[in-house]
Design a protein around this ligand. Structure first.
Ligand code: MF3
Ligand code: CO
Length: 257
C-alpha cells in the first residue's frame, strides 16, 4: 500500500529530511584519515538526539549503529567500528532519523583525503545517477522510469548496479511501499502520484554487480572486493518537478565545496 501524504505530513517529512541532512553535514566535518567510523557514528547519534530526533537504524532488527558505514567494498549496512579511515578510502554514511513520527533517509559517499581518479569517477557518476533518477520521478511516470534512468546512466559509464538492495517509500515507517529498484524497464511498476515520498538510492559497483553478506547477516560487500558507491535522497512527488527533501548542501559546506 502506497501512502499519499497530506500537506501536514509533508511538513513533517521536511523537518525529518532537514534533520538528517544537517546530521550528515556534521559527520562530514570528521571524515578524514585517522578517525574511526565509530567516531562518525557518535557524532551522528549525539547530533540527532540533541536536535529532538531518534536514530532510526539504531536497534532496528538489531542493527548496532546510527549510521550504516560503507568503506570501499562495503555496499550497504556496514557496522560502525574501530576501523580507522585511511587516505584513499571511500566511505558511505547512510543515515535515517525519526522526528515527530516521520523519517528522513539520506546517504553520501565521501572521499577520505586524496583518492584515486577511478574512485573519484565512481563517486561522481553514482551521485549523478541519483539526480538522473530524481529527474525521472515525475507524477504520471512509473517507478521503472526511475530505475531505468539510474541503470542506463551507470552502465553506460561501465559500472554495474546492485540488484538485491532497493530504494523505498518512506514516511511513518523507514521502509514503505513501493520498492524503488536501481535497474529495470521503463514504463513498468507503480504510477507516481503527487504526495508520495520515496527514497532513491543507487548502489553502484566498479566491478561486477554481485554481492556477499557477511556471517552477521547484515554487512553487504562486493563479491570481487572492488569499490562500491551509494548516494541517497528522500524525494517528494509533486504535480510538477519532484522536490528533493534532503540536501547535500550542509555536507558540501562542511567540505568547503
Ligand atoms: N538507509 C537504509 C535504507 O536506505 C536504512 C537501512 S539501515 C538499517 O534502507 F540498518 F536500519 F536497516
Ligand atoms: Co533508504
Amino acid at each position: 500500500m502506497i501512502y499519499i501524504k497530506t500537506a501536514e505530513e509533508i511538513e513533517k517529512m521536511r523537518v525529518a529530511a532537514d534533520l538528517v541532512s544537517r546530521t550528515l553535514g556534521e559527520v562530514a566535518k570528521w571524515v578524514r584519515p585517522g578517525e574511526t567510523t565509530l567516531k562518525l557514528d557518535t557524532i551522528a547519534r549525539e547530533f540527532i538526539l540533541d536536535n529532538g530526533g531518534r536514530p532510526s537504524c539504531l536497534g532496528y532488527q538489531g542493527f548496532p549503529g546510527t549510521l550504516c558505514i560503507e568503506v570501499n567494498d562495503t555496499v550497504v549496512h556496514g557496522f560502525p567500528s574501530n576501523y580507522t579511515l585511511r587516505e584513499g578510502d571511500i566511505v558511505g554514511t547512510d543515515c535515517v532519523v525519526d522526528i515527530n513520527g516521520y523519517h528522513g533517509d539520506m546517504c553520501y559517499t565521501f572521499a577520505v583525503g586524496e583518492i584515486s581518479e577511478e574512485a573519484a569517477l565512481l563517486l561522481k557518476i553514482t551521485e549523478e545517477s541519483l539526480y538522473k533518477g530524481i529527474e525521472a520521478a515525475k507524477a504520471g511516470k512509473r517507478i521503472g522510469d526511475i530505475s531505468n534512468a539510474v541503470q542506463t546512466y551507470c552502465e553506460r559509464a561501465g559500472y554495474s548496479v546492485v540488484r538485491e538492495m532497493c530504494g523505498h517509500g518512506i514516511g511513518r515507517s523507514m521502509h514503505e511501499d513501493p520498492e524503488v529498484p536501481n535497474y529495470g524497464r521503463r514504463g513498468i511498476g507503480p504510477v507516481l502520484k503527487p504526495g508520495m515520498c520515496i527514497c532513491i538510492e543507487p548502489m553502484i559497483n566498479m566491478g561486477s554487480k554481485n554481492i556477499v553478506i557477511t556471517s552477521d547477516g547484515w554487512q553487504c560487500k562486493t563479491r570481487d572486493h572492488k569499490l562500491s558507491a551509494h548516494f541517497e535522497h528522500t524525494v517528494l512527488i509533486t504535480e510538477n518537478d519532484p522536490e528533493i527533501l534532503t540536501t547535500f548542501r550542509y555536507i558540501e559546506e562542511s567540505l568547503g565545496k
